[in-house]
Design a binder for this molecule. Structure first.
Ligand SMILES: NC(=O)c1ccc[n+]([C@@H]2O[C@H](COP(=O)([O-])OP(=O)(O)OC[C@H]3O[C@@H](n4cnc5c(N)ncnc54)[C@H](OP(=O)(O)O)[C@@H]3O)[C@@H](O)[C@H]2O)c1
Length: 268
């Protein structure tokens, strides 16, 4: 597995598994928890060691239980989770309580990467929350801290007012919406990009182009898309409710795209 070195020297596996529907009835985002950890178990068996969780997914306990019973040592897997700022800021006590719940549900005493999930319309509050994350980082409870869905202006706010630079900006990036300008902005500030929904947006025309490219390497259209992202140092977190497809998303380290392939993919 290729690792990417974050700006604080921590290493993150370049392919992780998304988890937002794992363990849920009907594989639905709002589904009730089924009580088993099947997709997490498959991911571990398939070799995933990077798990992308979030408070808003309401299934951190599925990830925590699956990892805890997997037999893999804690230092051998990487967990991301995210503060649910969908409704903005509540209070300092609220942040502490939410962090404690995450640690408990994920059955761990530290988080490898902790993100602010969404920006909101209050600069002072965003800075205040960032300072709280810095505090947990300085105490070693978070090994790295970052943001998600932040645009340039939000990043500037944190860069100008923080003492710790965000290690990561997790953003939407896939066929039809590569988000290249923001990826470049992240890079110019030494912030790694994680692409969410990396397999979204693939309509039939794009699928045909990608599969044509994949056929030359014995790979699927999805593997080509993921390979494209990791070749430009974008971390990907695909999720699948199918064990074989989950494995395929990890099997992208034995081929290399040509400049012409990359140009065709960039145009999709
Ligand atoms: N930060 C944020 O705001 C944010 C927002 C959205 C998502 N995320 C994170 O990003 C993760 C991934 O995004 P996502 O869950 O929206 O979708 P995704 O990973 O882009 O996957 C979309 C669909 O592709 C299929 N798929 C997966 N692997 C495949 C493969 N190898 N070949 C062909 N098809 C494949 C899956 O269907 P099957 O199950 O049928 O295989 C899946 O439903 C989430 O789980 C979450 O952790 C973060």
């Amino acid at each position: 597995m290729k690792l990417i070195k974050l700006n604080n020297e921590l290493e993150i596996p370049v392919v992780g598994t998304g988890t937002n529907t794992y363990g849920k009835e009907g594989n639905a985002f709002k589904g009730e928890l089924r009580g088993d950890t099947e997709e997490v178990d498959w991911a571990v068996e398939n070799g995933y060691r990077h798990f992308d969780a979030a408070q808003i997914y309401a299934n951190e306990e599925v990830v925590g239980k699956g990892l805890n019973q997997s037999g893999v040592k804690r230092e051998d897997y990487f967990i991301t989770t995210k503060l649910n700022t969908n409704e903005g800021y509540v209070s300092r006590d609220w942040i502490d309580a939410e962090i404690n719940k995450s640690l408990e549900k994920l059955q761990t005493d530290y988080i490898d990467l902790f993100l602010i999930h969404f920006p909101w319309d209050n600069s002072d509050e965003i800075v205040e929350v960032w300072h709280v994350l810095e505090e947990y980082y300085n105490r070693g409870i978070f090994k790295s801290i970052g943001v998600s869905n932040f645009e340039e202006k939000h990043l500037d706010l944190v860069l100008q007012n923080g003492t710790v630079k965000p290690a990561v900006n997790q953003i939407e990036s896939h066929v039809g919406k590569w988000n290249d300008a923001l990826i470049d902005y992240n890079k110019s500030n030494d912030i790694a990009t994680v692409a969410w929904s990396p397999l979204a947006g693939i309509e039939d025309d794009a699928k045909q182009v990608l599969q044509e490219i994949g056929d030359r390497y014995g790979k699927t259209y999805a593997q080509v898309v993921l390979r494209y992202q990791i070749e430009r140092d974008v971390i990907v977190i695909p999720k699948s409710h199918n064990k074989e497809r989950q494995a395929q998303s990890l099997d992208i380290f034995d081929f290399e795209l040509t400049a012409d392939d990359r140009e065709r993919i960039a145009a999709l």
